[in-house]
Design a protein around this ligand. Structure first.
Ligand SMILES: Cc1ncc(COP(=O)(O)O)c(C=O)c1O
Length: 445
């Protein structure tokens, strides 16, 4: 296991750079050219094998290339009918999947909108919220990521490169998230008395925008792209309270945190809080593109034609999603306990790494949605992006596929079904990469 370069790999990368428009790939991207995958392993076009700690951006929660039942369902549906113009005619499969999906949501959730991605799921939520409340503004959080189309981009406030030259945006204000390792108020939890919640009341909704004009607050239960940040439960409850007190809808963006990633179908359930609208994508389609926006029935609906699309409810994507959901429901108890058990195992190892290595500033996670933040040293907490990138590359060259997040963090998001053996091997590779970087054997920060 491990990476051996080849001309074949280089050629694809050169061709990619020549013909493709912008993606998130850049000079720090590892030269992984995907060929095939199976469970917890992925292979590149030269046959190099890697343990997957990325789930290909939290998509393969149940294993790379999904379970056999999903692949069979895709084949069956592809042989019958792939696309049915579901938003203009009728088809039973998407209706059945919507009914099935709703059983995973709290009582009172009775409406589903289908799209093809996370950003579209959020666009639909933005439009629902504005239309139904007749209020024009939105509220999001610093570090939040909700997508890159213009509506969701207005809420995204994670990195300059995502917003630069794209404004003006749809009216959205932002407030500090409970990023306790780097508290924006310089305080410590819980003695802070939740200064971030207080700030929203006293500043955001008193000076930036009137709460009577805010249609929805978009909240990631665990911030993903922004750095895998797990907030305290009373922060999340405080946001719910602010929304309820002001007639604002709470939208939980579960695009990354949902679908068992944290050990529960909805990450928000960890905080004993319910949203008014949930958005999901990534893992929903088991590897096929699918976004869902799920709303309380009591909110009502928009008139026909107000919001729709061409591919929402695509029959092959729905077949994959339905088969996966069936599998997930029948393995629910096992998936919950696997996520809890493996999540604890990872956290225990990471806590040791944090004690052992100066460059490991913070480790945090919920279930198997885990982040590790690199710093130059523990005292200054100065973000060490170069250390993070060096660790990521070193892991790759030794057969472990990972993804970055935030300024200087790494995501640890293997498939929930990963074997303990591969999990431990992956963590060994990670530790050895950190140890090298900590000694300065890798490029200096
Ligand atoms: C929380 C969250 N919301 C929305 C999105 C956007 O999803 P997509 O890339 O499918 O548009 C992402 C993607 O990373 C995400 O993590």
């Amino acid at each position: 296991m491990g990476f051996k370069p080849s001309k074949k790999i280089d050629r694809v990368i050169q061709r990619d750079r020549k013909v493709l428009m912008t993606t998130t790939k850049g000079s720090d991207t590892v030269p992984f050219v995907a060929a095939k995958g199976d469970g917890e392993f992925v292979y590149d076009i030269s046959g190099n094998r890697f343990i997957d700690f990325s789930s290909f951006i939290a998509v393969y929660n149940l294993g790379v290339n999904s379970t056999g039942v999903v692949r069979e369902a895709i084949k069956r549906q592809a042989g019958r009918l792939m696309h049915s113009a579901f938003t203009d005619y009728y088809a039973e499969e998407p209706v059945r999947f919507a009914e099935n999906l709703l059983t995973m949501f709290p009582d009172g959730f009775g409406r589903v909108f289908f799209s093809n991605s996370g950003t579209e799921a959020n666009e639909a939520a933005i439009k629902f919220a504005r239309y139904l409340t007749k209020r024009q503004y939105l509220m999001g959080f610093y570090g939040g990521f909700h997508g890159r189309t213009m509506g969701s981009l207005s809420l995204t406030a994670s990195k300059n490169v995502q917003r630069e030259r794209f404004g003006p945006f749809a009216g959205a204000v932002h407030a500090p998230y409970a990023y306790c390792y780097r508290c924006p108020f310089g305080k410590e939890y819980p003695s802070c008395g939740l200064a971030c919640v207080d700030y929203i009341k006293k500043t955001t909704l008193s000076k930036d925008v009137s709460p009577r004009e805010v249609s929805a607050i978009f909240l990631e239960p665990v911030q993903g792209e922004g750095g895998y940040i797990v907030p305290p439960a009373d922060f999340v409850r405080g946001i719910r309270e602010i929304a309820s007190d002001n007639g604002i809808l709470l939208v939980a963006d579960e695009v990354q945190s949902g679908y068992m990633r944290t050990g529960k179908f909805l990450a928000l359930d960890h905080f004993a809080v319910k949203a008014d609208i949930y958005t999901m994508a990534k893992a929903v389609g088991a590897g096929l593109p699918m976004g869902v926006t799920v709303a309380r029935s009591s909110l009502g609906d928009m008139p026909e034609g107000a919001h729709s699309n061409t591919f929402g409810g695509n029959l092959v994507a729905v077949a994959a999603a339905q088969a996966q959901l069936g599998y997930l429901k029948s393995h629910m108890a096992s998936l919950e306990s696997q996520s809890k058990h493996k999540g604890r195992l990872i956290m225990k190892r990471l806590e040791m790494l944090k004690e052992r290595y100066e460059i490991v500033g913070d480790v945090r996670g919920l279930g198997m949605m885990i982040g590790i933040e690199f710093v130059r040293d523990k005292k200054s907490k100065q973000p060490a992006e170069a250390h993070r990138n060096a660790v990521l590359r070193e892991c790759f060259y030794n057969g472990l596929l990972m993804l970055p997040c935030g300024v200087s963090s790494l995501r640890i998001i293997p498939p929930i079904t990963i074997s303990i053996k591969s999990l431990e091997s992956g963590l060994d590779i990670l530790e050895s990469a950190i140890s090298k970087s900590n000694k300065g054997n890798l490029p200096k920060a």
